[in-house]
Design a protein around this ligand. Sequence first.
Ligand code: B12
Length: 230
Amino acid sequence: MPDKSKITNAHRMAELSSLVAALKEQEVLEAIEADLLSGAASPIEILHACQKGMRMVGAMHEEGRYFIAGLIMAGEIMREAIELLKPVLIKAGSGKSSGRVLLGTIEGDIHDIGKNLFRDLLECHGFSVMDLGVDVPPADFIAAEAKFRPCLVAASALVTESFHHLRELVEMFDETVHQSPQRRPIILIGGGQVDERVFRITGADFWAEDALSGIAICQRLARELEEKSE
Ligand code: B12
Protein backbone atom coordinates (compact mmCIF):
# COMPACT_ATOMS: atom_id res chain seq x y z
CA MET A 1 0.00 0.00 0.00
CA PRO A 2 1.75 3.27 -1.04
CA ASP A 3 2.12 6.04 1.52
CA LYS A 4 -0.52 8.56 0.44
CA SER A 5 1.47 11.50 1.79
CA LYS A 6 4.27 10.58 -0.61
CA ILE A 7 2.01 10.82 -3.66
CA THR A 8 3.21 14.09 -5.10
CA ASN A 9 1.06 16.70 -6.70
CA ALA A 10 2.60 15.87 -10.08
CA HIS A 11 1.50 12.26 -9.65
CA ARG A 12 -2.02 13.30 -8.69
CA MET A 13 -2.27 15.48 -11.77
CA ALA A 14 -0.82 12.76 -14.04
CA GLU A 15 -3.42 10.40 -12.60
CA LEU A 16 -6.17 12.93 -13.29
CA SER A 17 -5.00 13.29 -16.92
CA SER A 18 -5.10 9.49 -17.28
CA LEU A 19 -8.61 9.33 -15.81
CA VAL A 20 -9.78 11.93 -18.34
CA ALA A 21 -8.04 10.03 -21.14
CA ALA A 22 -9.75 6.81 -20.01
CA LEU A 23 -13.12 8.65 -20.04
CA LYS A 24 -13.75 7.78 -16.37
CA GLU A 25 -16.35 10.47 -15.85
CA GLN A 26 -17.28 9.77 -12.22
CA GLU A 27 -13.69 9.28 -11.06
CA VAL A 28 -12.58 12.49 -12.79
CA LEU A 29 -15.27 14.55 -11.10
CA GLU A 30 -14.64 12.95 -7.70
CA ALA A 31 -10.87 13.55 -8.00
CA ILE A 32 -11.44 17.23 -8.89
CA GLU A 33 -13.90 17.75 -6.05
CA ALA A 34 -11.49 16.12 -3.58
CA ASP A 35 -8.53 18.22 -4.78
CA LEU A 36 -10.51 21.45 -4.65
CA LEU A 37 -11.84 20.65 -1.19
CA SER A 38 -8.46 19.71 0.25
CA GLY A 39 -6.57 22.41 -1.66
CA ALA A 40 -4.16 19.70 -2.80
CA ALA A 41 -4.01 21.28 -6.26
CA SER A 42 -4.87 24.71 -7.63
CA PRO A 43 -7.76 25.04 -10.09
CA ILE A 44 -5.21 25.99 -12.76
CA GLU A 45 -3.21 22.81 -12.17
CA ILE A 46 -6.43 20.82 -12.37
CA LEU A 47 -7.47 22.59 -15.59
CA HIS A 48 -4.08 21.89 -17.18
CA ALA A 49 -4.25 18.23 -16.14
CA CYS A 50 -7.71 17.90 -17.71
CA GLN A 51 -6.54 19.61 -20.90
CA LYS A 52 -3.61 17.20 -21.06
CA GLY A 53 -6.09 14.33 -20.74
CA MET A 54 -8.13 15.81 -23.61
CA ARG A 55 -5.01 15.94 -25.77
CA MET A 56 -4.44 12.25 -24.96
CA VAL A 57 -8.04 11.55 -26.07
CA GLY A 58 -7.32 13.49 -29.27
CA ALA A 59 -4.18 11.42 -29.92
CA MET A 60 -6.11 8.17 -29.33
CA HIS A 61 -8.76 9.38 -31.79
CA GLU A 62 -6.05 9.98 -34.36
CA GLU A 63 -4.70 6.47 -33.76
CA GLY A 64 -8.19 5.07 -34.30
CA ARG A 65 -8.51 3.88 -30.69
CA TYR A 66 -11.41 6.26 -29.98
CA PHE A 67 -14.20 7.09 -32.39
CA ILE A 68 -16.46 10.13 -32.43
CA ALA A 69 -18.41 8.79 -29.42
CA GLY A 70 -15.15 9.00 -27.44
CA LEU A 71 -14.71 12.66 -28.39
CA ILE A 72 -18.32 13.39 -27.40
CA MET A 73 -17.83 11.68 -24.04
CA ALA A 74 -14.54 13.54 -23.49
CA GLY A 75 -16.26 16.83 -24.31
CA GLU A 76 -18.98 16.07 -21.76
CA ILE A 77 -16.42 15.22 -19.06
CA MET A 78 -14.50 18.44 -19.77
CA ARG A 79 -17.70 20.48 -19.66
CA GLU A 80 -18.58 19.01 -16.25
CA ALA A 81 -15.01 19.51 -14.98
CA ILE A 82 -15.16 23.16 -16.01
CA GLU A 83 -18.48 23.58 -14.17
CA LEU A 84 -16.69 22.49 -10.98
CA LEU A 85 -13.65 24.70 -11.61
CA LYS A 86 -15.42 27.82 -12.84
CA PRO A 87 -16.65 29.17 -9.47
CA VAL A 88 -13.14 28.89 -8.04
CA LEU A 89 -11.51 30.43 -11.11
CA ILE A 90 -14.09 33.20 -11.18
CA LYS A 91 -13.53 34.05 -7.51
CA ALA A 92 -9.93 34.90 -8.38
CA GLY A 93 -11.00 37.45 -11.01
CA SER A 94 -11.22 41.18 -10.41
CA GLY A 95 -14.60 42.80 -11.03
CA LYS A 96 -13.04 45.91 -12.54
CA SER A 97 -14.31 46.79 -16.01
CA SER A 98 -11.49 46.25 -18.50
CA GLY A 99 -12.87 46.77 -22.00
CA ARG A 100 -14.73 44.94 -24.75
CA VAL A 101 -13.76 41.70 -26.46
CA LEU A 102 -15.38 40.18 -29.54
CA LEU A 103 -15.11 36.39 -29.47
CA GLY A 104 -16.05 33.40 -31.60
CA THR A 105 -14.96 30.02 -32.92
CA ILE A 106 -13.86 30.48 -36.52
CA GLU A 107 -15.69 29.15 -39.57
CA GLY A 108 -15.37 25.40 -40.11
CA ASP A 109 -15.05 24.63 -36.42
CA ILE A 110 -17.74 23.75 -33.89
CA HIS A 111 -15.55 23.22 -30.80
CA ASP A 112 -16.61 25.58 -28.04
CA ILE A 113 -15.65 24.23 -24.62
CA GLY A 114 -12.36 26.16 -24.48
CA LYS A 115 -13.89 29.26 -26.06
CA ASN A 116 -16.69 29.28 -23.48
CA LEU A 117 -14.22 28.95 -20.64
CA PHE A 118 -12.15 31.81 -22.07
CA ARG A 119 -15.35 33.90 -22.33
CA ASP A 120 -16.36 33.19 -18.72
CA LEU A 121 -12.89 34.06 -17.46
CA LEU A 122 -12.85 37.27 -19.50
CA GLU A 123 -16.17 38.26 -17.96
CA CYS A 124 -14.99 37.53 -14.47
CA HIS A 125 -11.95 39.71 -15.15
CA GLY A 126 -14.28 42.59 -15.96
CA PHE A 127 -14.33 42.44 -19.76
CA SER A 128 -17.63 42.70 -21.57
CA VAL A 129 -17.75 40.02 -24.23
CA MET A 130 -19.78 39.63 -27.39
CA ASP A 131 -19.72 35.90 -28.16
CA LEU A 132 -20.63 35.10 -31.77
CA GLY A 133 -20.75 31.34 -31.10
CA VAL A 134 -19.21 28.68 -33.32
CA ASP A 135 -18.52 28.26 -37.05
CA VAL A 136 -18.38 32.03 -37.46
CA PRO A 137 -17.43 33.33 -40.94
CA PRO A 138 -14.81 36.12 -40.93
CA ALA A 139 -17.38 38.49 -42.48
CA ASP A 140 -19.56 38.10 -39.36
CA PHE A 141 -16.61 39.09 -37.15
CA ILE A 142 -16.12 42.19 -39.32
CA ALA A 143 -19.80 43.16 -39.12
CA ALA A 144 -19.97 42.63 -35.35
CA GLU A 145 -16.73 44.55 -34.80
CA ALA A 146 -18.14 47.60 -36.56
CA LYS A 147 -21.07 47.66 -34.13
CA PHE A 148 -19.46 46.50 -30.88
CA ARG A 149 -16.12 48.36 -31.26
CA PRO A 150 -14.06 45.99 -29.10
CA CYS A 151 -10.47 46.64 -28.09
CA LEU A 152 -9.69 43.12 -29.17
CA VAL A 153 -11.03 40.37 -31.44
CA ALA A 154 -10.42 36.83 -30.19
CA ALA A 155 -10.90 33.72 -32.32
CA SER A 156 -10.79 30.10 -31.27
CA ALA A 157 -9.76 27.25 -33.60
CA LEU A 158 -9.12 23.57 -32.99
CA VAL A 159 -9.54 22.07 -36.44
CA THR A 160 -6.63 22.35 -38.87
CA GLU A 161 -8.98 22.82 -41.81
CA SER A 162 -10.34 26.02 -40.29
CA PHE A 163 -6.94 27.73 -39.97
CA HIS A 164 -7.15 29.33 -43.41
CA HIS A 165 -10.28 31.13 -42.19
CA LEU A 166 -8.17 32.65 -39.39
CA ARG A 167 -5.82 33.98 -42.07
CA GLU A 168 -8.86 35.27 -43.98
CA LEU A 169 -10.10 36.99 -40.81
CA VAL A 170 -6.80 38.85 -40.41
CA GLU A 171 -6.72 39.77 -44.10
CA MET A 172 -10.29 41.08 -43.99
CA PHE A 173 -9.51 43.25 -40.96
CA ASP A 174 -6.34 44.48 -42.69
CA GLU A 175 -8.54 45.42 -45.64
CA THR A 176 -10.89 47.48 -43.44
CA VAL A 177 -7.94 49.72 -42.56
CA HIS A 178 -7.66 50.74 -46.23
CA GLN A 179 -11.35 51.60 -46.26
CA SER A 180 -11.36 53.69 -43.10
CA PRO A 181 -8.47 55.46 -41.39
CA GLN A 182 -9.16 53.73 -38.09
CA ARG A 183 -6.60 51.20 -36.96
CA ARG A 184 -7.83 47.65 -37.13
CA PRO A 185 -8.54 45.85 -33.84
CA ILE A 186 -5.89 43.64 -32.29
CA ILE A 187 -6.45 39.98 -33.14
CA LEU A 188 -5.76 37.20 -30.66
CA ILE A 189 -6.08 33.54 -31.55
CA GLY A 190 -6.14 30.41 -29.39
CA GLY A 191 -7.41 26.86 -29.11
CA GLY A 192 -5.86 23.43 -28.65
CA GLN A 193 -4.19 23.14 -32.05
CA VAL A 194 -2.93 26.73 -32.30
CA ASP A 195 0.83 27.08 -31.92
CA GLU A 196 3.67 29.38 -33.01
CA ARG A 197 3.57 28.00 -36.57
CA VAL A 198 -0.18 28.52 -36.96
CA PHE A 199 0.20 31.96 -35.43
CA ARG A 200 2.75 32.93 -38.08
CA ILE A 201 0.68 31.54 -40.94
CA THR A 202 -2.42 33.46 -39.90
CA GLY A 203 -0.72 36.81 -39.33
CA ALA A 204 -2.67 37.41 -36.09
CA ASP A 205 -1.18 39.80 -33.51
CA PHE A 206 -1.05 37.40 -30.57
CA TRP A 207 -1.71 33.79 -29.72
CA ALA A 208 -2.20 32.12 -26.37
CA GLU A 209 -1.63 28.55 -25.33
CA ASP A 210 -4.34 28.61 -22.67
CA ALA A 211 -7.20 30.76 -21.49
CA LEU A 212 -5.28 32.36 -18.64
CA SER A 213 -2.37 33.47 -20.84
CA GLY A 214 -5.05 34.88 -23.14
CA ILE A 215 -6.53 36.84 -20.23
CA ALA A 216 -3.07 38.20 -19.37
CA ILE A 217 -2.67 39.43 -22.97
CA CYS A 218 -6.12 41.08 -22.93
CA GLN A 219 -5.39 42.79 -19.63
CA ARG A 220 -2.04 44.12 -20.84
CA LEU A 221 -3.56 45.47 -24.05
CA ALA A 222 -6.52 47.04 -22.24
CA ARG A 223 -4.09 48.76 -19.85
CA GLU A 224 -1.96 50.04 -22.75
CA LEU A 225 -5.02 51.37 -24.59
CA GLU A 226 -6.24 53.08 -21.42
CA GLU A 227 -2.84 54.71 -20.89
CA LYS A 228 -2.79 55.92 -24.50
CA SER A 229 -6.24 57.49 -24.17
CA GLU A 230 -5.33 59.35 -20.95
C1 B12 B 1 -14.21 17.32 -27.20
C2 B12 B 1 -13.79 17.27 -28.65
C3 B12 B 1 -14.82 17.30 -29.61
C4 B12 B 1 -16.28 17.57 -29.26
C5 B12 B 1 -16.44 19.09 -29.07
C6 B12 B 1 -17.53 19.48 -28.10
C7 B12 B 1 -17.61 20.98 -27.95
N1 B12 B 1 -18.79 21.44 -27.63
O1 B12 B 1 -16.64 21.71 -28.10
C8 B12 B 1 -16.99 17.03 -30.53
C9 B12 B 1 -17.33 15.56 -30.33
C10 B12 B 1 -18.27 17.77 -30.97
C11 B12 B 1 -15.87 17.11 -31.56
C12 B12 B 1 -16.09 17.15 -32.91
C13 B12 B 1 -15.08 17.05 -33.84
N2 B12 B 1 -13.76 16.93 -33.60
CO1 B12 B 1 -13.01 17.18 -31.90
N3 B12 B 1 -12.01 17.13 -30.26
C14 B12 B 1 -12.42 17.19 -29.03
C15 B12 B 1 -11.18 17.09 -28.09
C16 B12 B 1 -11.09 15.65 -27.58
C17 B12 B 1 -11.15 18.05 -26.91
C18 B12 B 1 -11.38 19.53 -27.23
C19 B12 B 1 -11.62 20.28 -25.94
O2 B12 B 1 -12.74 20.61 -25.60
N4 B12 B 1 -10.55 20.46 -25.15
C20 B12 B 1 -10.63 21.08 -23.81
C21 B12 B 1 -10.61 22.59 -23.93
C22 B12 B 1 -10.73 23.25 -22.55
O3 B12 B 1 -9.37 22.91 -24.50
P1 B12 B 1 -9.22 23.93 -25.70
O4 B12 B 1 -10.40 23.95 -26.58
O5 B12 B 1 -7.90 23.73 -26.31
O6 B12 B 1 -9.26 25.34 -24.95
C23 B12 B 1 -8.26 25.76 -24.04
C24 B12 B 1 -7.20 26.65 -24.69
O7 B12 B 1 -6.83 26.20 -25.98
C25 B12 B 1 -7.83 28.01 -24.61
N5 B12 B 1 -8.59 28.52 -25.75
C26 B12 B 1 -9.53 27.93 -26.51
N6 B12 B 1 -9.99 28.79 -27.42
C27 B12 B 1 -9.34 29.96 -27.23
C28 B12 B 1 -9.43 31.18 -27.90
C29 B12 B 1 -8.61 32.23 -27.50
C30 B12 B 1 -8.67 33.50 -28.23
C31 B12 B 1 -7.70 32.05 -26.42
C32 B12 B 1 -6.84 33.14 -26.00
C33 B12 B 1 -7.62 30.83 -25.75
C34 B12 B 1 -8.45 29.80 -26.16
O8 B12 B 1 -8.70 27.99 -23.51
C35 B12 B 1 -8.96 26.68 -23.06
C36 B12 B 1 -8.49 26.55 -21.63
O9 B12 B 1 -7.14 26.87 -21.49
C37 B12 B 1 -10.03 17.46 -29.08
C38 B12 B 1 -8.65 16.92 -28.71
C39 B12 B 1 -7.65 18.04 -28.44
N7 B12 B 1 -6.39 17.73 -28.60
O10 B12 B 1 -7.99 19.14 -28.12
C40 B12 B 1 -10.60 16.91 -30.41
C41 B12 B 1 -10.11 17.49 -31.72
C42 B12 B 1 -9.93 18.99 -31.64
N8 B12 B 1 -11.26 17.16 -32.68
C43 B12 B 1 -10.86 16.78 -33.79
C44 B12 B 1 -11.72 16.42 -34.86
C45 B12 B 1 -11.06 15.86 -36.11
C46 B12 B 1 -13.11 16.58 -34.75
C47 B12 B 1 -14.15 16.32 -35.86
C48 B12 B 1 -13.74 16.79 -37.25
C49 B12 B 1 -14.46 14.81 -35.81
C50 B12 B 1 -15.38 14.32 -36.90
N9 B12 B 1 -14.85 13.37 -37.66
O11 B12 B 1 -16.48 14.77 -37.05
C51 B12 B 1 -15.36 17.12 -35.31
C52 B12 B 1 -15.29 18.62 -35.66
C53 B12 B 1 -16.23 19.10 -36.61
C54 B12 B 1 -15.95 20.58 -36.84
N10 B12 B 1 -16.07 20.99 -38.07
O12 B12 B 1 -15.62 21.34 -35.95
C55 B12 B 1 -9.34 16.79 -33.94
C56 B12 B 1 -8.83 17.96 -34.76
C57 B12 B 1 -7.66 17.51 -35.59
C58 B12 B 1 -7.16 18.56 -36.48
N11 B12 B 1 -5.85 18.75 -36.40
O13 B12 B 1 -7.87 19.18 -37.22
C59 B12 B 1 -8.90 16.76 -32.43
C60 B12 B 1 -7.55 17.44 -32.15
C61 B12 B 1 -8.85 15.26 -32.04
C62 B12 B 1 -7.87 14.47 -32.86
N12 B12 B 1 -6.60 14.53 -32.59
O14 B12 B 1 -8.26 13.76 -33.74
N13 B12 B 1 -14.65 17.17 -30.95
